[in-house]
Design a protein around this ligand. Structure first.
Ligand code: PHE
Length: 337
């Protein structure tokens, strides 16, 4: 057979190769023990001397051509392998896969977020104040000296070294006013702690403190601010009323009720037939508190209020046991999605 014919035949075989394995087999059948090129090499020694150089060159050309074709094929197989991999491993981002279960914000967080958004929209800043406090910020600066009977209003957790878990976010008022001077408008949401435990009280609960200090702030401004807030959260028809109360850090102090959103004031289960629901404590900032923060009480006046977020969530969603807000039972939480 002519060398050229052998080469053409080998090239056709290479053409048909589909995998690395087939290529390996083909190479073995050409260069192996009884392979064509091996045989041709061997046969050279039997040729007459004058034919040897030419035949030797021809066999070598054949070997070089075949090897080159094999290398080309190898590259082609490699490219194909990568292309196949890209095809088979690509992500179909358009695929529509139903998601098993989606979480929801905890009801307390929903209320907190809603109220925070409301107050931010009305020009208040959100102030973060520590949960672990000194007696000074939680009590003394708020006009509650040691041994003052008002300390009994809040059964406080003392944790040693004069430190305590804040029993009210009112400590945030003092921290803000120490650092920043009026005009001030802030809310301070956060956890507070008291040794209280029944179906409407939890040792940990959430408050949102509000504070506005400026020139010429009056009780009327407090009423306007709280009325706007009550309508926002309980609906446009809601009205509020003030009842006289006592807090050492406000003077005068009030307890604020909202008209029952459930019955509109005629009396029902939600308002215990009174037509009113108590939601917060408030008042005009006591001059002593302003003085403690180096703010001149003759120049500036302020109002403050403290709202229980757990209570608002319970009223709004008709939750009858505060423990439900802490158990994190998915069957409960799912209802607030
Ligand atoms: N800190 C009071 C409480 O926890 C609420 C309050 C805040 C009252 C601000 C008046 C002004 O009961």
């Amino acid at each position: 057979m002519e060398y050229n014919d052998i080469l053409s035949e080998l090239l056709i075989k290479i053409e048909g190769v589909q995998s690395d394995r087939e290529l390996g087999e083909l190479k073995a059948s050409v260069f192996g023990k009884n392979g064509i090129i091996t045989e041709l090499m061997k046969s050279l020694k039997d040729l007459p001397p004058e034919q040897k150089p030419q035949a030797g060159k021809a066999v070598n050309d054949l070997r070089v051509a075949f090897t080159a074709a094999c290398e080309e094929k190898e590259k082609e197989l490699h490219r194909k392998k990568i292309a196949d991999m890209i095809d088979s491993e690509s992500l179909d981002l358009s695929i529509n896969k139903p998601i098993g279960s989606i979480g929801a914000l905890h009801p307390i967080n929903q209320i907190r977020k809603k109220l925070t958004d409301y107050f931010i929209a009305n020009g208040y800043i959100v102030y973060d104040s520590p949960e672990i406090e000194t007696d000074y910020y939680n009590f003394q600066a708020l006009n509650i000296p040691p041994d003052h009977p008002a300390r009994d209003m809040q059964d406080t957790f003392f944790i040693g070294n004069g430190m305590l878990l804040r029993s009210q976010t009112s400590s945030g008022q003092v921290r803000l006013m120490e650092k920043h001077k009026p005009p001030l408008k802030m809310i301070c949401p956060g956890r507070v702690f008291r040794n209280d435990d029944d179906s409407t009280h939890s040792p940990v609960f959430h408050q949102m403190e509000g504070l506005v200090v400026d020139k010429n702030v009056t009780l009327c401004d407090l009423k306007g601010a709280l009325e706007g807030f009550a309508k926002f959260i309980f609906g446009d028809k809601t009205t509020i009323r003030f009842r006289p109360s006592y807090f050492p850090f406000t003077e005068p102090s009030v307890e604020v009720d909202v008209s029952c959103f459930n019955c509109g004031g005629s009396g029902c289960r939600v308002c215990k037939n009174t037509g009113w629901i108590e939601i917060l404590g408030a008042g005009m900032v006591n001059r002593k508190v302003l003085e403690n923060c180096n703010i001149d009480p003759d120049e500036y006046h302020g109002f403050a209020f403290g709202l229980g977020l757990d209570r608002v969530a319970m009223i709004q969603y008709g939750i009858n046991d505060i423990k439900l807000l802490w158990e994190n039972d998915v069957r409960f939480l799912k209802q607030f999605r």
